[in-house]
Design a protein around this ligand. Sequence first.
Ligand code: UDP
Ligand code: MG
Length: 239
Amino acid sequence: MDGQYSLSMVFPAYNEQDNLERLIADADRASGSVSDDYEIIIVDDGSTDRTPEILARLKESYPNLVVHTHKPNRGYTAALRTGFAGATKDLVFYSDADNQFDLQEIGLLMEKIEGNDIVVGYRKDRQDPWIRIFVSRCFNILSHAVFKFSVRDVDCAFKLFRRNVFDEIKINSEHFMVDTEIMSKAVLYGYRVAEVGVTHLPRTAGQTTVKPTDVIKTLRGMIWLHTELRRLKKQRSPG
Ligand code: UDP
Ligand code: MG
């Protein structure tokens, strides 16, 4: 399997200055272990810390590093949209820039891409505050009921796609709805989805951007997505 597919790794980054050095070293090692042809795409989502200068320096040591910059900050979903649009390889992987995953475990996803279009991680022992884990469980149950996908950890930022998936799945949402949007559109278009358990680590540098008020935004996002899916279904089978 090694070297069979080329690989784009995408990471949205907002004020992650203390995570970037390790992130890119780990990403370079991990992608090099599963592919001979890879690129590491960082989307600097309008960072106001030292992210731009650190990335400029790292580009000198990592020729496979590609940087896209938003100015000002546009949010997680927009950052992923930019990253996916810039990806040029056969497979597109994404994760967060906060070093909460073991990137070497991309090998587990690569093993399952054969015969599937999307491979989705789930956090085996999630290292976040209990309240977030609780809210996230409720959100997963609710989205299974509404959107008919069955992946157990929809927001797990450790996913691998065949790039052609994005020819059909267009990301139109905002804020943090991107994962729910992708997985519900995967159901609509009949993509084959596999799941694999991955390790989750505590954040040791930088800060989460998730706030309690995001629950309201997420519920609004679900209503928007429901309408969006109805529109697409009508387009596919008019009348
Ligand atoms: N992020 C981003 N733009 C934003 C907010 C976050 O690109 O406006 C990035 C952030 O740097 C991280 C990822 O998105 O790489 C996930 O964000 P965060 O760590 O805040 O979420 P959590 O991991 O706590 O769910
Ligand atoms: Mg995180």
